[in-house]
Design a protein around this ligand. Sequence first.
Ligand SMILES: O=P(O)(O)OC[C@H]1O[C@H](O[C@H]2O[C@H](CO)[C@@H](O)[C@H](O)[C@H]2O)[C@H](O)[C@@H](O)[C@@H]1O
Length: 381
Amino acid sequence: MTNQNVVVPDTKSGINLPMVRLSGSSIFPATAQKPPTAPGTGGGGCISLSTKKKLLLENLEINGGGGGGARINSWIDSMRASSPTHMKSSSQSLSEQQQQQITLPSAMDNFDQIMEASRGKQIVMFLDYDGTLSPIVDDPDRAFMSKKMRTTVRRLARCFPTAIVSGRCRDKVYKFVRLAELYYAGSHGMDIKGPEKGSKYTKGTEPVICQPASEFLPMIDEVFKELVAKTKLTPGAKVENNKFCVSVHFRCVEEKKWSEVAEAVKSVLKKYPKLRLSQGRKVLEIRPTIKWDKGKALEFLLESLGFANCTDVFPVYIGDDRTDEDAFKVLKEREQGFGILVSKVPKETNASYSLQEPTQVMDFLQRLVDWKKLAFQESRM
Ligand SMILES: O=P(O)(O)OC[C@H]1O[C@H](O[C@H]2O[C@H](CO)[C@@H](O)[C@H](O)[C@H]2O)[C@H](O)[C@@H](O)[C@@H]1O
């Protein structure tokens, strides 16, 4: 098998780090995507990378089989790049990086325009969890969403079919959200389940279930244990079992010890060519090489809801992470609905609009609810 371990650097920092295509079969597409045109702006929401950055990213290729110090340094660079406090550690200055990016139009400021585009169509809502519904915190086990946010999401789900799509294990994200009426796609979409007792949007009584990576369960379990053992002497390192993937957090690890985390992950990946690496917000994530991601989960859910080949559906996906780009891209390709990126800084993205932070996401969701109620009242007049 050709090497399939891939670094998918996150862009939380505002630095545009794309997914990397490796030799042989590629799991994720490379970044050579056409810059999207942001609705109503006439301008792009996404711009291409500088050659310099591309070269840096090519160096991030990880083959799991050696590479020594130079490769680990690439890992560390990539880990630094996912930290806003280290934006200047890349080969470009912050201003240079920002000059290359275009700020997306605000979903709040363009609310009417979005609603106009959805006219006559069924809105379906897809929400990422961490960084979208809950603020980013040091301890992943304490990433609670506010009561107010829960109430808003509950109201939203009464108006539109709503799914939570998260990198977390589905059970865990359910414990945070605690709304039985939603669809949940955990493990970056590899573990999907519909509402227990069906919902007004589904016909059957049996919940929708999809676990395309089930054969990887024993392997992921093994990898989780190995990573716990390998990182136990690194203060602050935390390994999270997300069922079909594993997260190795370094948010609370001193920067000079990041190489220990990278080495641990690298040495484990080397043994498992059927697993690959992606990178999020101060987290290294190990997942199966199957061609399944949040974009596929979105398509699966649309199909489950009976909208597979419909033109009158309007999916809205809100997310903040590099892994959410797979879903944004699907929407762009389908030319249906919009992706909304949660970010305070400009980033390379396939989303069409942006919201700044989870509190603004909440305001946007509430506005959608109010809009729906008004539209309903007007239809009865
Ligand atoms: O797809 P998401 O719902 O956004 O999940 C992505 C990862 O989110 C969590 O980690 C991130 O949030 C933590 C809590 O705020 C933070 O401490 C961490 O640094 C972030 O990377 C979650 O713990 C991961 O398992 C998810 O994959």
